[in-house]
Design a protein around this ligand. Structure first.
Ligand code: PEP
Ligand code: MG
Length: 533
């Protein structure tokens, strides 16, 4: 039996299936245990087993991973948590799992009330709670399990923070029941070079020992668990200069979110950075990094690009990239809520601190800095951001065009900024009213659609000579790159893996061919897999 989903990162592999366990629900308070003393006794045993397993794992790793595991093991053996959970069993007749849940909840509330460093520990208590409760219930603890050998990971969905931490040497492929093609989980899988299929309905129901995954075709089939991971295909030849056959220059830049991404991009020949997603540095941060910490983090990413152009994007928190230190509260439609630049309107000091950290990191590393804001809707918002960035001493200031309103009013936006970069992932989501994280509407989130291309063309026409980049996933599609250039786009920014393919394709076409292709696609080229445009 073969299942179909949406292939979001190419590659054909097979290997043992490892399921990412879902979050634990709050355990039931019934039935009342018949032997309260025996029930209470289970808690210490479970906590000790968790602590031993964590200490064993800590011994097998080194560095940060080791100290995190050792700290978690110490928390699991903390007698205070066990004692208060035992009291709840004996005093309120709660089953052991529920007692641990409640006791940990009290600790977490106290830590959160204390604020600062202690508040950050609340998350660790939740981790320990989940492990002890899972041990008591005899189920796997939630989250990505520690892999010891190459495996195919299967999950309902994965948070960007979980995906960013995956080790491409151990994760052969990633398959999710949910998720869309331009979700950040898909983007991260592509950047890590991990074959991935999203929106694969029914995959959690497969109980074969292994899975065979085709990340290009978007198919998943049961397998026997033997590892089959053919050597990655050689990258196309490309000399690191973005140029058409007639010599027309189109800068080929990289999308990065970490120092590792930046090194990979430099090694792949990127001419610079076209999108530094700064929020990716803080997906697991519990509190706002200080200006000095931000400067160090940004400098680590920028340093391979000394003397080269880099575009740093200010925090794009919110929606599917929540940052713990910027809680948005409950929002009915987070993609339409307070995200991107909107977060800064109420907290301009947060933006100012980031801008000065970025400027300092750029000066330290000697890059040619440009800064841009995400999720800008109007020219007034663009002007507000540009004023603050210039006040921080940043000379080249731009905005992302990823909201249809901004594309429609691009001419007024160009009056207040030096460049724009088209975020086709969000632009598609908002143009087609199709959630980029939802597999069910994945066909609409297709950047080949003429409605999206028309907006790209309008923005390029309004530019009056100013640079117009594309940094959404559309830029990484070799069949679309010439079309974007034909529409007037001046630079393309992709993950390191896609760069050479795009660079090689551009070498085969001249500007006139690009224009012919863009005129054809603007009229609407009904695509076999998509909906008619
Ligand atoms: C985009 O929306 O196309 C983009 C590049 O930004 P992100 O994917 O980070 O939302
Ligand atoms: Mg975006």
């Amino acid at each position: 039996m073969q299942l179909s989903g949406v292939g979001v990162s190419p590659g054909r592999v097979a290997g043992p299936r490892v399921v990412v366990a879902a979050d634990l629900p709050k355990p039931a308070s019934e039935p009342v245990p018949s032997d309260l003393a025996a029930e209470a006794g289970k808690i210490g045993q479970a906590a000790a087993a968790v602590a031993t397993a964590l200490s064993d794992r800590a011994r097998s790793v080194s560095g940060d991973a080791r100290s995190v595991l050792e700290t978690t093991a110490a928390m699991a053996s903390d007698p205070a948590l066990t004692a208060s959970a035992e009291k709840l069993v004996l005093g309120r007749s709660l089953p052991a799992p529920r007692a641990v849940w409640e006791a940990a909840g009290e600790f977490m509330t106290a830590l959160q009330a204390a604020g600062g460093y202690l508040a950050e520990r609340a998350r660790d208590v939740a981790d320990v709670r989940d492990r002890i409760v899972a041990a008591l219930l005899g189920v796997a603890p939630p989250g990505v399990p520690e892999l010891t050998s190459p495996s195919v990971l299967v999950a309902r969905d994965l948070a960007p923070a979980d995906t960013a931490g995956l080790d491409p040497d151990l994760v052969l492929a990633l398959v999710t029941e949910e998720g869309g093609p331009t979700s950040h989980t898909a983007i991260l899988a592509r950047a890590l070079g991990i074959p991935a299929v999203v929106a694969c309905a029914g995959v959690l129901g497969l109980d074969s020992p292994g899975l065979a995954v085709d990340g290009s075709a978007g198919t998943v089939a049961p397998a026997d668990g033997t590892v089959r991971a053919p050597a990655r295909t050689a990258r196309p030849e490309w000399d690191g200069v973005g140029r058409l056959a007639d010599g027309h220059r189109v800068k080929l830049l990289a999308n990065v979110g970490s120092a590792a991404d930046a090194s990979a991009a430099a090694a792949a020949g990127a001419e610079g950075i076209g999108l530094f997603r700064t929020e990716f540095c803080y997906l697991s941060a519990a509190s706002e990094p200080t200006e000095a910490e931000q400067r160090a983090a940004y400098a680590a990413v920028l340093s391979p690009f000394a003397g080269k152009p880099v575009v740093v994007r200010t925090l794009d928190a919110g929606s599917d990239k929540p940052l713990a230190f910027l809680p948005m509260g409950e929002e009915p439609n987070p993609a339409l809520g307070v995200r991107g630049l909107r977060v800064a309107f109420d907290r301009p000091e947060l933006l100012d601190r980031q801008l000065s950290a970025i400027a300092a990191a750029a000066a330290e590393t000697g890059v040619e800095l440009s800064v841009m804001a995400p999720m800008v809707a109007t020219a007034a918002e663009a002007a507000w951001f540009a004023d603050r960035a210039r006040a921080a001493g940043i000379a080249r200031v731009g905005v992302m065009i990823e909201i249809p309103a901004a594309a429609l009013c691009a001419a007024s936006i160009f009056e207040v900024v030096d460049f724009v970069s088209l975020g086709t992932n969000d632009l598609a989501q908002y143009v087609f009213a199709a959630d980029r994280q939802l597999g069910a509407v994945a066909a609409l989130n297709d950047p080949h659609q003429p409605a999206l291309l028309r907006l790209v063309g309008m923005v390029a026409e309004a530019a009056a000579g100013k640079p117009v980049g594309v940094c959404g996933e559309a830029a990484a599609d070799p069949s679309l790159a010439p079309v974007l250039v034909g529409l007037g786009v001046t630079s393309l920014s992709t993950n390191a893996v896609a760069l050479a393919g795009v660079g090689a394709v551009l070498r085969e076409v001249d500007l006139e061919t690009c224009r012919v292709r863009s005129r054809r696609d603007l009229r609407g080229r009904a695509r076999a897999a998509g909906l008619a445009g």
